[in-house]
Design a protein around this ligand. Structure first.
Ligand code: 13P
Length: 259
């Protein structure tokens, strides 16, 4: 069975609610009825509801960029999984390298968030990736293995079935330096072999592993043609409708070729 391709837009800290609704409307108008691939928009918290209203009658899904590992209570500034579910969020990005580097998220924290998301029927998009220094010191695979094992600690096979992985080499994020298709494929294949060691071949073959890091309309086709690249998690190019729609179209072409 070929894996269903995912194209997800991570808007990061961009777009007000009104701007987000405009962008979502432009996207939904063109690709809102396609069902060959899964398209997910991940606006900031403050735009979730407005974007949710626009995508609700389309095939486009709604994702958050982060969430609390706690269910409720005195956690100033945090947002719970139940709050996200309440406004029809289906996916949540966890362990993004910006959260790890700038907000001190460790593998243990990412693990707690992953478990909390799964317990509340949110599908985690779990991000892993090495820094340039780690790549240059030949520790890419060790770093990825530690991140994968740490984030998935105590996640049952049944729960793991809902998890999406995103490989985002830190040196490729927002830098315009994309991993070559061969470099990305090598790490994606490694991730799949790690998942197979943890959960067996059947589940690891079903898991979608997305690439993220300067994915653009002009490099997407070559990346998506790789056997273990099952989609993209897109930052900069997800902020304008034309580029994002072109990326969705690349995903649809790749899906036809891989079928
Ligand atoms: P860019 O596409 O801007 O490099 O960002 C990638 C990313 O971090 C997506 O989560």
């Amino acid at each position: 069975m070929p894996r269903n391709i995912i194209i997800a837009g991570n808007w990061k800290m961009n777009k007000t609610s009104a701007e987000g609704a405009d962008l979502a409307r432009s996207i939904v108008q063109v690709i809102g009825n396609q069902t060959e691939i899964t398209v997910i928009l991940c606006p900031p918290f403050t735009a979730l509801q407005a974007v949710g209203g626009i995508v609700s009658n389309s095939s486009v899904r709604l994702g958050a960029q982060n969430m609390s590992d706690k269910p409720a209570g005195a956690y100033t500034g945090e947002v719970s999984s139940a709050m996200l579910r309440d406004i029809h969020v289906t996916h949540v990005i966890l362990g993004h390298s910006e959260r790890r580097a700038l907000y001190g998220e460790t593998d243990a924290i990412v693990n707690k968030k992953t478990l909390a998301a799964l317990e509340n029927n949110l599908k985690p998009i779990l991000c892993v990736g090495e820094t340039l220094a780690e790549r240059e010191s030949n520790s890419t695979f060790d770093v990825i293995r530690t991140q994968i094992r740490g984030a998935l600690d105590s996640v049952s096979p049944l729960q793991f079935d809902e998890v999406i992985i995103a490989y985002e080499p830190v040196w490729a994020i927002g830098t315009g330096k994309t991993a070559t298709p061969a470099i990305a494929q090598e790490v994606h294949a490694f991730i799949r072999s790690e998942l197979s060691a943890l959960y067996g071949d059947t589940l690891s073959q079903k898991t979608r592993i997305l690439y993220g890091g300067s994915m653009k309309p002009d490099n997407a086709a070559a990346l998506l043609a790789q056997p273990d690249i099952d989609g993209g998690l897109i930052g900069g190019a997800a902020l304008n409708a034309k580029d994002f729609i072109a990326l969705v179209e690349s995903g649809r072409s790749a899906s036809v070729k891989k079928a």
